[in-house]
Ligand binder design. Structure first.
Ligand code: SF4
Length: 412
């Protein structure tokens, strides 16, 4: 049966009004003071408001607020407008983004800024629909956030925090990443969003998920919307009251109810929701990496870094010369392969036994469990590198840290 539209979960207008009021009241009292929020309210220029929210939203994808603040401030200082960003080089963008992870975000942001300047006369699109349609890298969530926060469009947003809060508010127990559930959550977010303060309402819902309705130990006692929360009622009283009209979805086959094989676990309480399908384990990869060292001016050590290809994982970032390895190689064979790789590149013999094993560094990317097998190789005299293989340069330790290098390479 077709699932019921989101409004069936919030069919009582009086309840919706009360929930909005409680949430906004709490937000006004408790919201965190974040730099992009100040700009989104104080900035009179609509394009600059939209740009500020856009930058913050892209940085906040997959990244904690505490980490983003410093990056955001430096970014806005360096490129306060879309026009300034459009003139930046990718190298500068990567340098500022270094350490924030998911590097293609910075690149796409800059490409989109160029598009706004060259094709849209520097004017940001004003609705969620146009933002999503016209700006590369802007998905449904980011478009909704920019349009509601910067331009006051009454449109909802659904991110990880909102998914958690809504699934708990209405005891939605099916896999929260399934298209049926995600569709419903967007409907619900659009029904709930406050018509006069949509940006604040969306931020309040996300803030609630980030600070109160947190994944593992939600603070239900302090929650401003607990009176409307069915997971909380179920925890206290055993069963949530029936949602009006939810019967329409067809009991038993409802794509939103928990499967019969996964009943409510009372030891989990409200954290029974949301439910997720089991995650695929990350792919294991091994990479040999070599820190080539020489003595530069005044005998200070310098290290060789090379640039990665302009697409794929960590696109355009710099790293120590590295070589992906097969999983089951013996240590001796790994060393020989690395020596061959370096030899082809330097055009002179590199003895495998000259490579000094330093240790292993593990770094978890979202979908890859990466082990770097780290070697070092001190070099005498000048070395000529084959420029056809990849751009390279020698850097001091300080220059290395100021370059566009990933967190994984800093660990190395
Ligand atoms: Fe989340 Fe608890 Fe509030 Fe329900 S009562 S929304 S579970 S914090």
């Amino acid at each position: 049966p077709a699932p019921p539209p989101g409004r069936h979960f919030f069919s009582d207008p009086a309840e919706v009004e009360a929930l909005r009021g409680s949430l906004l009241g709490w937000y006004d009292r408790c919201k965190r003071d974040l730099p992009w929020r100040t700009l989104a309210v104080m900035e009179p220029d609509a394009d600059r408001r939209g740009y500020a929210v856009w930058v913050s939203e892209i940085m906040l994808q997959q990244t904690q607020v505490a980490t983003v603040i410093d990056y955001y401030n430096r970014w806005m200082q360096k490129w306060p407008t879309l026009q300034a960003l459009a003139q930046a080089s990718l190298e500068e963008v990567n340098e500022l983004w270094a350490g924030l992870g998911y590097y293609s975000r910075g690149k796409r942001l800059q490409e989109a800024a160029r598009k706004v300047v060259s094709e849209l006369a520097g004017r940001m699109p004003r609705t969620a629909e146009d933002l999503q349609k016209l700006l590369p890298g802007v998905g449904r969530y980011t478009a909704g956030a920019i349009a509601s926060i910067s331009y006051g469009q009454a449109t909802g947003v659904v991110d990880g925090n909102v998914i958690r809060v809504l699934c708990r508010l209405r005891c939605i127990g099916a896999d929260s990443s399934s298209p049926a559930v995600i569709d419903q959550l967007w409907d619900m977010a659009n029904v709930l969003v406050d018509r006069s303060r949509p940006g604040d309402f969306n931020q309040a819902l996300m803030e609630l998920g980030a600070t109160v309705c947190v994944p593992k130990a939600p603070l239900c006692g302090e929650c401003p919307v607990k009176q409307h929360c069915q997971a909380w009622r179920k925890k206290l009283f055993g069963n949530p009251p029936k949602v009006p009209d939810v019967e329409d979805c067809g009991v038993g086959d409802c794509p939103l109810c928990p499967p019969a094989t996964e009943p409510w676990d009372s030891s989990l309480g409200v954290t029974n929701f949301p439910r997720k399908a089991a995650k695929k384990p990350p792919r294991a990869m091994r990479t040999a990496t070599c820190v080539l060292e020489r003595r530069g001016c005044h005998r200070a050590p310098e290290y060789l870094i090379v640039q990665r290809p302009s697409s794929g994982l960590l696109a355009g970032l710099w790293e120590f010369p590295s070589l992906p390895l097969a999983q089951d190689l013996q240590e001796e064979r790994e060393r020989e392969e690395l020596a061959d790789h370096l030899q082809a590149w330097m055009g002179r013999p590199v003895a495998a036994k000259g490579l000094q094993f330093i240790g292993e560094v593990i770094h978890i990317f979202s979908h890859i469990h990466q082990t770097y097998v780290v070697y070092s190789l001190p070099l005498d005299g000048d070395v000529t590198l084959d420029p056809a293989l990849s751009p390279s340069r020698w850097v001091t330790e300080d220059e290395f840290h100021a370059s566009a290098v990933s967190t994984a390479m800093k660990k190395v």
